[in-house]
Design a protein around this ligand. Structure first.
Ligand SMILES: Nc1nc2c(c(CN[C@H]3C=C[C@H](O)[C@@H]3O)cn2[C@@H]2O[C@H](COP(=O)(O)O)[C@@H](O)[C@H]2O)c(=O)[nH]1
Length: 306
């Protein structure tokens, strides 16, 4: 994940529309350093868990589809997580690699019990096929084999997923530089770590190498907390709910500056308190805070990455 960290820092230092406010970081860290809110993974109780390999199959399918909920005002991440959970509880073969390769849009909707077409439904179905095909071709059909092949390294897990599954290659060009964000690949590693509580399949010697997951909730939270500042033009676009194109400077800056800012927070917490805090833990706190504030306005980009 060094490339995520390094390229996000590069964006932050060349940024035109988003500023990381060091004073804002200091104030926020000062207010939370002695009691960083601890949020339990699956605090919502919406995820499937059976302590075995089927949980990994579930999490991998979940993070294959873990993007772009906002175009449907009523659809949330929770609907995806709990819909897939219920489907798996009813039929343990729903995420078998051969079945993943055959789903149609209407079948996916039926699986999730969603009454209308999903946002970016064709892409969701295409990605399920891609995942089913590559799982079968290289991993005996099982997501657990991906995890087992990574020798307890989260960084290796992320790079293995990015190498094998094109849909997880969350990267872009920014001012002539390639920038890596790897949101869904990293969140899969974090979900495995969280679900298994850092043990068994979830034991990673380098969980600290994971950065936050640059989605559309965390940037909005960081802006609200005074850590990010937007240009007035960008502020108007977000407040006006106007779409921001995928790969535009604005979009890349929102995501990369969020990663960079949380890394800075983490460094400062360590410097001031001597305590090591993980970016995954900061992410879960910030994300849960954002989700509990539905009035928070976030940027709107049609993307398969987040
Ligand atoms: N940074 C970050 N982004 C996250 C998550 C999660 C869920 N993680 C689960 C794992 C354990 C916990 O118990 C969580 O339930 C989803 N998202 C993103 O949010 C957006 C959905 O928003 P809305 O449209 O309002 O549902 C969408 O981009 C989605 O990809 C996270 O943890 N961190």
């Amino acid at each position: 994940m060094e490339e995520v960290r390094a390229t996000s820092a590069w964006v932050a230092s060349h940024s035109s529309h988003v500023t990381v406010d060091s004073e804002g970081i200091e104030k926020l860290v000062e207010s939370v350093e002695n009691s960083i809110p601890k949020v339990e993974w699956n605090y919502e109780g919406i995820h499937y868990f059976d302590n075995g390999p089927l949980t990994l199959q579930y999490l991998f399918v979940l993070d294959t589809l873990n993007f772009c909920f906002w175009p449907d005002k009523e659809l949330n991440y929770d609907d995806l997580a709990s819909g897939l959970k219920e489907a798996l509880e009813k039929d343990q073969t729903v995420f078998d690699a051969d079945r993943l390769q055959k789903y149609t849009g209407p079948e996916l909707r039926e699986l999730l019990k969603w009454p209308r077409p999903l946002p970016l439904e064709d892409e969701r179905v295409r990605l399920m096929h891609e995942v089913g095909f590559e799982l079968e071709r290289s991993f005996g059909g099982k997501a657990s084999n991906i995890v087992e092949s990574c020798g307890k390294s989260a960084a290796k897990l992320v790079s293995t997923i990015a190498r094998h599954f094109p849909g997880f290659r969350d990267h872009t060009m920014y001012k002539g530089h390639q920038v890596f964000l790897y949101k869904r690949a990293q969140i899969f590693a974090a979900d495995v770590w969280g679900a298994f509580k850092g043990e068994g399949y979830g034991e990673f010697s380098d969980v600290g190498s994971i950065t936050i997951f640059a989605d559309y909730i965390v940037p909005a939270v960081l802006q609200q907390l005074g850590v990010l500042r937007y240009s007035s033009n960008l502020d108007n676009i977000i407040k006006g709910n106007k779409e921001i194109g995928s790969g535009t400077e604005e979009e890349v800056e929102l995501r990369a500056c969020s990663i960079y800012a949380v890394e800075k927070m983490r460094d400062l917490i360590q410097k001031r308190t001597g305590k090591q805090v993980l970016s995954v833990e900061l992410d879960l706190w910030l994300w849960a805070y954002g989700i509990s504030n539905p009035s928070l306005q976030h940027h709107r980009t049609l993307s398969i990455y987040y």
